[in-house]
Ligand binder design. Structure first.
Ligand code: PNS
Length: 164
């Protein structure tokens, strides 16, 4: 039984994240999508909204026999992973520029918890430039984000903008 944690901010979830989850499902029996509760950041969506949206959109992906669970956590990722009895942390790497930061985190996490392995996965090239940060920026400036996030997320972003 291989249980992995896929941690992140997911503010909001993009098609790149979903691509990684789908690929991860080929490797793991269970993936816990862990949303970081970060009091230092001013997110677009609350943790509850992100959790609800993730739950909806992962329903539509091809997960085979893999069990997906959406959860949130605060504090150290490795402590959360141990508490969840996961032995793998999954992180997506889009370009070399991601690698330096991801390597630092992976090595720090290994030092803190040697029993947990970090697995880097590459999304489809189509999503190699897609990030939640850029999606939000483009959206707020009136650009088209169709195809970069699931339709439900685009809808929720429009609703958010109208509420503001
Ligand atoms: O989607 P993000 O913002 O790139 O995800 C970053 C995340 C959540 C993986 C990272 O910030 C994290 O693990 N935070 C938890 C706190 C922690 O464990 N810090 C030490 C990391 S070496």
């Amino acid at each position: 039984m291989r249980r992995a944690i896929y941690p992140g901010s997911f503010d909001p979830v993009t098609n790149g994240h979903l691509d990684i989850i789908e690929r991860g499902c080929k490797l793991f029996d269970e993936i816990i999508i862990g949303i970081l509760v970060n009091p230092d950041k001013q997110p677009l969506f609350t943790v509850e909204e992100r959790q609800e949206m993730l739950n909806e959109v992962v329903n539509g992906i091809n997960k085979g026999n893999c069990t997906l669970r959406v959860d949130s956590f605060s504090g150290l990722l490795v402590k959360y992973a141990v508490a969840q009895q996961a032995d793998v942390i999954v992180r997506g790497i889009r370009a070399i520029s991601d690698y330096e930061y991801e390597l630092q985190m992976a090595l720090m996490n290994r030092r803190l918890e040697p029993g947990i392995e970090t697995v880097f996965m590459m999304p489809a090239e189509t999503y190699s430039y897609v990030s939640s940060r850029l999606v939000k920026e483009v959206f707020h400036l009136g650009g088209v984000i169709t195809g970069l996030v699931p339709p439900l997320i685009e809808k929720r972003m429009k609703e958010k903008l109208n509420q503001a």
